[in-house]
Write a protein that binds this ligand. Structure first.
Ligand code: HAM
Length: 420
């Protein structure tokens, strides 16, 4: 028996309501904030991700789905959505548009992870990016938008964590201090962190192992080693967030898992679960990324949320998403002559914009009505030889279990007007 690959899952019809709910809220949010939709390919040149996410990161080292295509080119299934958008920004000359360019996306993301609750090998992200401005008011806009997204969804009990990890001028000095501090505590570190100390010291701070967490707690803080420019930027971001009334917590251990971030980084997590791998979404500035990809210097900031984790939270918090519509009409028949009429009538209903399903095969009326019930049909139309001969049809209200005879010519307009 085949099964969905480990770490992936099918989204069955009965679960689709949650997904439509999130997509609708996300789309109206983007409309409100002036963000336009963009879609990029599911796979890209592998080098795009190695260069942007960073060779020393978990994603690039252990998690990409990469393959050589038939012409020998190395391709990677998108392990995140930001680098492809930067690639598209450059490729389509978006620097010629009014800046910043505000874009959003829904995208399947692929990471070869150890699957667990809320952590999958294929997941779906809703993300948005504002490219072409370094005004701290834009940081506040993106953070506000992320925060409002969860308010739109009706999700409560969330924390917004904020940090600044500096820029290419001040970060090297900070990293030296961080390495100095960690070198003194190397015996307490897990095996992974011993590697991070050499390859990616910033990631030492967000290790989830208890022994490493203790060391991280007293580690030097990036916000205390910012250059004057970054310091001013961070203070302005916080001031705008105060102005907007967005509650945030400064968290010096928030560093994010991708190398492209500069200055502002933020994450939204369920309260009390800080440190666990439960972020519903995260983002930050990536001011050098477009230039590193060969574009003009273009500061930018963005955010992405994991839709599976949001579905889990919506279910846990018992949030009511729209009830599935049960307006379908089920067309039942008895006998071959009546079947022709049923096929025609089902098509006529659909052409008028009424959702309709026709029975199939040769089954008893009882079995057909049972199916109508199971499908949640609001009405059944029943056609037998007598109805065909007299140009009528039985209209059955499934909830009430009542039925009446109506003319075949009139039934479409009766159902269309909801005038039953
Ligand atoms: P990220 O933090 O790697 O950021 O992913 C964003 C969100 O996707 C996470 O907060 C989480 O909700 C969800 N997520 C990540 N990995 C998984 C997984 N294996 N299974 C289920 N959900 C997952 C980014 O990808 C950045 N591109 C965000 C960004 C946009 N930064 C700037 N602009």
């Amino acid at each position: 028996m085949y099964k969905a690959p480990r770490g992936t899952s099918d989204i069955l019809p009965r679960e689709q309501g949650y997904w439509r709910y999130i997509e609708e809220k996300a789309s109206s949010l983007c409309q409100l904030y002036g963000y336009e939709r963009i879609d990029t390919p599911v796979f890209e040149d592998a080098r795009l991700f190695i260069r942007t996410i960073g060779p020393g990161t978990d994603i690039v080292e252990k998690q990409t789905y990469s393959f050589e295509d038939r012409s020998g080119q190395e391709m990677t299934l998108r392990p995140e959505g930001t680098a492809p958008i930067c690639r598209a920004y450059i490729e389509h000359g978006m620097h010629n548009l009014p800046q910043p360019v505000r874009l959003y996306y829904f995208a399947s993301i692929f990471r070869y992870e150890r699957p667990q609750k809320g952590r999958y090998r294929q997941h779906q992200q809703f993300g948005f990016e504002a490219l072409g401005d370094d005004d701290p008011a834009l940081d506040a806009e993106v953070i506000d938008m992320a925060w409002q997204f969860f308010a739109f969804l009706g999700l409560g009990g969330l924390s917004l964590l904020l940090n600044s990890i500096g820029c290419k001028l001040c970060r090297p000095n900070y990293l030296e201090r961080l390495k100095g501090y960690y070198s003194e505590h190397v015996y307490h570190l897990c095996q992974d962190c011993k590697g991070r100390l050499v390859r990616n010291p910033l990631r030492l701070l967000d290790c989830k192992k208890p022994s490493c967490q203790g060391v991280a707690q007293s580690a030097p803080r990036s916000t205390e080693h910012l250059c004057p420019h970054c310091k001013e930027h961070f203070e302005s971001v916080m001031r705008y967030l105060f102005l907007l009334g967005i509650p945030f917590e400064k968290n010096h251990r928030l560093v994010r898992g991708l190398d492209y971030y500069k200055r502002t980084v933020f994450e939204i997590q369920p309260q009390g679960e800080e440190g666990a791998q439960t972020a519903l979404g995260g983002g930050g500035r990536y001011d050098d990324l477009i230039e590193e990809l060969g574009g003009r210097p273009t500061p930018a900031i963005g955010f992405a949320a994991g839709m599976e984790r949001i579905v889990l939270s919506i279910r846990m918090q018992g949030i009511a998403t729209a009830a599935p519509s049960s307006s379908t009409v089920f067309v039942a028949y008895l006998g071959e002559g009546a079947k022709d009429e049923a096929v025609k009538m089902t098509a006529a209903l659909r052409r008028t914009g009424i959702s309709a399903i026709s029975s199939l095969g040769d089954r008893s009326l009882r079995a057909q009505l049972r199916q109508a019930n199971a499908l949640g049909a609001a009405y059944a139309l029943i056609l037998g030889e007598e109805e065909v001969a007299s140009g009528t049809v039985m209209l059955r209200d499934m909830a009430r279990g009542e039925q009446k005879r109506v003319s075949m010519d009139g039934v479409v307009s009766i159902l269309d007007k909801g005038n039953t």
